[in-house]
Each structure stands twice: as C-alpha cells, then as structure tokens.
Design a protein around this ligand. Structure first.
Ligand code: 0O2
Length: 221
C-alpha cells in the first residue's frame, strides 16, 4: 500500500506539539510556585518515515496494524536530574485526565542487556483534528541526563554498526552504562544537598522573582 505519509503523520505532529507544551508547562508551574521540578528537559519528535518503514519491516508489522503496533511514531523524551524524579514524573502522567497510560516498560529496574536504562510509558492521547477526534499512541521516554548521555552515544554508534558492535566496543559500552548508573547513584546520595543549593541559586540576592531553578530548557526541539 502506498501511504500518504504527510496526511498520516499530521495527527502525530499535532500530538507531539501539544505534549511538549503540556510537559514544559508542568515544569513552568513547578518553578513558578517555587517547587522543585522533577522535569528538567522536554523534547519530542515524530519518527522519520524511513525509520517507520525500517522498523515496520524488521518487526513484521502489517500496514493495518501500524498505528496499533508501532507505539513510538509520536515520541516524547523527558530528562530528569535524579532517578527518583523519573518515578515522580510517571506518577504525574498517571494522574492526568487528558492521556491514558496503556503500557509501561521499566528499563531502569530491568536494565536491557545493552546497558540501556530508561522508563517508557505508552499513552493513548486524543487529538482534535478538523475531521473529529483521533486517539493515537505516543511513547514517553523518561530518563536521567546520565541515562540520556549514554543512550544518545549508543544510538549514534548503532547507526554505524547496525547493532552488531565489535566485542571490545560492546564491553566498553557496558562499562560506560555501569559508570552512568554509578553517577546516578552518587547524585541520588547527595540529592538533598544539591536541591538545597539549587534553591539558593534560584532565589539569588536582590531577585524578587525566582530566577531559574536549574539548567534552562533547550528551546530548539
Ligand atoms: P528511535 O526513534 O530511533 O529512538 P524495539 O525498538 O523493538 O527494541 P519496542 O518494543 O518498540 O523496542 O519499544 P521499546 O522497548 O520501548 O524501545 C523503543 C525505543 O527505546 C527505541 O526506539 C529507542 O529510542 C529506545 N531504546 C530501546 N532500547 C535501546 C537501546 O538498547 N539503546 C538505545 N540507545 N535506545 C534504546 P527506536 O525504534 O530505536 O527509534
């Protein structure tokens, strides 16, 4: 079947745009009220057509089942400072009435053999199109900045090796994954101290308004 991709992806583009606004809005609300935000950086993307086609053929997904079986055509990524924040964000998602959690994959507790760590939540999200409401699936990946660093590097190496890494590289990536987990553990140990320091920073001398609680958010995606 020859698909009109532009039309097919339009509701997904709409969903990603809306979800980015909503999660960035949550972060702003936390900061505005002077409360710690478990959400640090929010990015999102619609899966490129060539990636959809490649994954569809790799996973033997029929055209009819594409929307149901490929859960990450719309993808959101939420980066957090601490592992504990991941679970706070998952809770926030569960509490929302504008999206419904349909699946969860906890690769933080159940680390993938590659060393990949992240918490995936698949939601059903209704988008209002001119033709009416369309419910679609979106995958939200929630991870710490350390997890994101590792996953980004490993993902780009995947392009080069198509997942078939030389043994030495595989071993090094495993060690890097362990190092990133150790970094997360160490940061969690001094979490309260870090948060106190950030609170002081955000209410800098002579400032009437909270300045910023932590790093600014990337605006480009
Ligand atoms: P993209 O957009 O290029 O990131 P599968 O893709 O079959 O392994 P499934 O069941 O579709 O997995 O969903 P799952 O397990 O939630 O994983 C899908 C996405 O999680 C991947 O998307 C990656 O973004 C991320 N991911 C999962 N495992 C790894 C890993 O070992 N390393 C890295 N770097 N990322 C991983 P895609 O399809 O790769 O697309």
């Amino acid at each position: 079947m020859q698909r009109d991709w532009e039309t097919f992806l339009m509701p997904y583009e709409q969903a990603v745009k809306e979800l980015k606004i909503k999660f960035r809005g949550m972060r702003s609300q936390f900061l505005q009220s002077g409360t710690y935000s478990p959400i640090e950086i929010v990015t999102g993307r619609v899966k490129p057509v060539d990636s959809i086609v490649e994954k569809q053929s790799r996973r033997y997904i029929t055209d009819e089942l594409l929307e149901q079986d490929m859960q990450d055509i719309a993808g959101l990524r939420i980066q957090c400072q601490f592992v504990e924040d991941i679970y706070a964000v998952v809770e926030l998602i569960h509490q929302r009435t504008d999206m419904k959690v349909v699946e969860e994959r906890d690769y933080v507790t159940n680390v993938k053999p590659s060393g990949y760590r992240s918490y995936h939540v698949v939601i059903e999200y209704p988008v209002q199109m001119v033709e009416g409401e369309k419910k679609l699936l979106a995958e939200i990946q929630i991870r710490t900045m350390a997890m994101n660093f590792w996953a980004t590097i490993e993902h780009s190496l995947n392009y080069k090796y198509q997942g078939d890494f030389p043994d030495a590289l595989k071993e090094r990536l495993k060690r890097a994954a362990e190092a990133s987990a150790l970094l997360d553990d160490e940061m969690s140990e001094i979490r309260e101290e870090i948060q106190e320091a950030q609170q002081l920073f955000s209410y800098g001398k002579g400032q009437n308004m909270p300045r910023r609680q932590s790093l600014p958010e990337k605006k480009d995606d």
